[in-house]
Design a protein. Structure first.
Length: 347
């Protein structure tokens, strides 16, 4: 199935049904009076977060969604049925933006969340509504209110606890395949990964979701290579695992390229906890390992550098323990912040 993480669609709420002009006429009933019913309300446009979806591919082939028009009122004080809602089903992590691509309308992060994007028009009043002591036989009824309409953008940001970042061919897909049951495409050429992938990692009875995004290159923030569009999928991550290919000559430059692109993208990615790894150590001698490890330590301003191999598994478990610890600490901080009462006016 093709991965699609962005779609532009048109939505329109249903129009309200028109009220009816009607009079009760029966044999032996001289003054029946008005009995026109009200029109039904138009259908809303609702977006709902559901299980079982991991892409917005459904909105690639259908871009227009409209709520049903409310039924018109009828005689004998019969009110019209409300129009059926248009329900847009999306995966967890979907954000809804206005047409300007800046105004956030909804952020769906939990299964079962429902947000009404547009409300259907109200139904018109029938002539029975306008009956009064001075107007006993009104011959007017309201048309239904028109439904609202707009264009919106849907953007999917995968929900993951940790994210893999690095240059193309840094070994991210190999690492993901090693630590989880995911089966990403692995090959010996750049940009093997064209779409983000997810894997569930288990370590010491703890589990977390790890996201692998396509590789970044210098200038990605300006559109070079695949650009930085997929960085949105690690915005929600609590920790980043930065893989540097140990077989390339200048590992310090490789580190700086990724850090510069994270800073250029913004959204707080540059401030997230980072676990720095020198990957592919199985292809290096002991002298090369130490030399490149020291170069990375200097480039990262004395950060701890973990020497690992996604192929042989050397050092991988230690990194996974650190990732799980960082995630647990971040969750504890979030829970503590949620439980603290907001400061404000008190009586």
């Amino acid at each position: 199935m093709k991965f699609l993480d962005q779609a532009k669609i048109y939505i329109r709420a249903g129009d309200g049904g028109a009220g009816a002009v009607s009079f009760r006429r029966e044999k032996f009933l001289e003054f029946g009076g008005p009995d026109g019913g009200d029109g039904g309300k138009g259908g809303d446009v609702v977006i709902e977060c559901v299980e079982g979806l991991n892409t917005l591919i459904d909105y690639r082939y259908q871009q227009h969604f409209k709520g049903k028009t409310g039924m018109h009122g009828m005689g004998r004080n019969r009110h019209g049925f409300n129009g059926e809602d248009a329900v847009l089903k999306v995966p967890v992590g979907t954000q809804v933006y206005d047409e300007d691509e800046e105004t956030l309308l909804a952020d769906l992060t939990e299964v079962g969340q429902r947000v009404v994007l547009l409300k259907g028009g109200n139904g018109g009043f029938g002539n029975a509504y306008f009956k009064s002591s001075t107007n006993r036989a009104p011959r007017r009824a309201n048309p239904g209110q028109e439904g609202q309409e707009m264009w919106i953008w849907l953007r999917l940001k995968l929900i993951a606890d940790a994210g893999l970042v690095g240059l193309p061919n840094a070994g991210k897909s190999t690492f993901l395949a090693k630590v989880s049951a995911a089966k990403p495409k692995i090959a010996d050429y750049p940009f093997t990964t064209l779409t983000p992938g997810l894997g569930v990692v288990s370590i010491d009875a703890r589990t977390f979701v790890l996201a692998d995004i396509p590789g970044l290159i210098e200038g990605a923030s300006e559109g070079a290579g695949l650009g930085d569009r997929f960085l949105g999928h690690v915005e929600r991550c609590r920790v980043l695992v930065h893989l540097v290919d140990g077989t390339q000559e200048d590992v310090a430059e490789a580190y700086h390229v990724i850090r510069n692109e994270l800073e250029a993208y913004g959204a707080g990615l540059e401030d997230k906890p980072e676990i720095l790894c020198l990957n592919k150590c199985d292809a290096l001698s002991e002298e090369e390992r130490e030399e490149k490890r020291k170069a990375l330590v200097k480039a990262s301003r004395r950060k701890k550098v973990h020497v690992i191999s996604g192929v042989s598994g050397e050092g991988v478990d230690k990194v996974l323990h650190l990732v799980a610890d960082e995630i647990a600490a971040a969750k504890a901080e979030e829970k503590k912040a949620a439980e603290e009462p907001e400061e404000g006016w008190r009586p």
